[in-house]
Design a protein around this ligand. Structure first.
Ligand SMILES: [Zn+2]
Length: 260
């Protein structure tokens, strides 16, 4: 994509956002990569280095939550590199651009596949995390969530102070259903959405894969922000073939100019 083509795509994206009623961003790992969060798959990915995670993770948790929690506490060193990389990651200009779009009233919701809490740190408010949040815990019975920091872990597994249900990390494990409240909110947002921003995601994994398809089918438009071509590219009304941190701030600036 030439500079002129990118500028044209930024203009078109800004025009679509400014003229839509309910813009939703669907965000994937690509945005976190720009913040230095390691990927899981592929060369240099964490799974390539440390081996694939347990595909029966959720089943094992449910079999013996206490054992799982004890292992989690003791094996912390195995994933030290990943944990440190996550702890050091800070939001990039793409995260801040999404926050600015929300503050300006143009972005109604973020559906993210990332678990790194960077949208919250950037200051975004309306966020649904399909795969949970690494800094939180969740009650498996009532879906209440708490910050991991400060939650008492003297008894393993910890239990919900309200309903007594078993508490696990909020991050969704292999084999674990997407939390019902998160899935419901995604479906709700997708129904209202007439313009979906696809940021750093190829959305090939369900349920996320269904959202852009649904928006398109209901007559909405899709905008892709991704340095790489994806299976969604052909469905998009505007394609920004660039890093989100570079292109999204320009889109926000352009929207502001149009509304001024
Ligand atoms: Zn509970």
């Amino acid at each position: 994509m030439t500079q002129a083509q990118l500028e044209q795509a930024i203009d078109e994206a800004a025009r679509l956002i400014a003229s839509s009623r309910h813009v939703v961003a669907l965000v994937g790992a690509g945005l976190s990569v720009e913040s230095g969060v390691p990927t899981f798959r592929g060369p240099g990915g964490m799974w390539t280095k440390y081996g694939e995670p347990d595909m029966r993770g959720y089943e094992r948790f449910m079999d013996d939550p206490r054992k799982w929690w004890e292992e989690r506490v003791s094996r912390a060193s195995t994933y030290k590199e990943l944990v440190e990389a996550l702890d050091e990651a800070v939001p990039n200009d793409g995260h801040f651009a999404l926050r600015d779009l929300e503050e300006a009233g143009h972005l109604k919701h973020i559906i993210t596949q990332n678990i790194d809490n960077l949208h919250q740190i950037a200051g975004s408010i309306a966020i649904t995390e399909i795969h949970g949040n690494r800094t939180k815990l969740r009650c498996l019975e009532c879906s209440q969530r708490w910050d991991l920091d400060g939650f008492p872990l003297d008894e393993l597994p910890p239990h919900c102070p309200d309903c007594g249900g078993v508490v696990k990390g909020d991050t969704v494990m292999f084999g674990e259903p997407i939390p019902r409240d998160a899935l419901d909110e995604c479906i709700n947002q997708t129904r209202m959405c007439d313009c979906m921003l696809l940021v750093g995601t190829s959305a090939v994994v369900y349920p996320a894969a269904a959202f852009p398809e649904d928006v398109k089918r209901m007559g909405g438009v899709l905008i892709e922000v991704n340095p790489n071509e994806t299976p969604l590219t052909a469905m998009c009304a505007a394609v920004l073939r660039a890093a989100a941190g570079e292109s999204l701030p320009l889109v926000v600036q352009r929207v502001r100019e149009m509304m001024a």
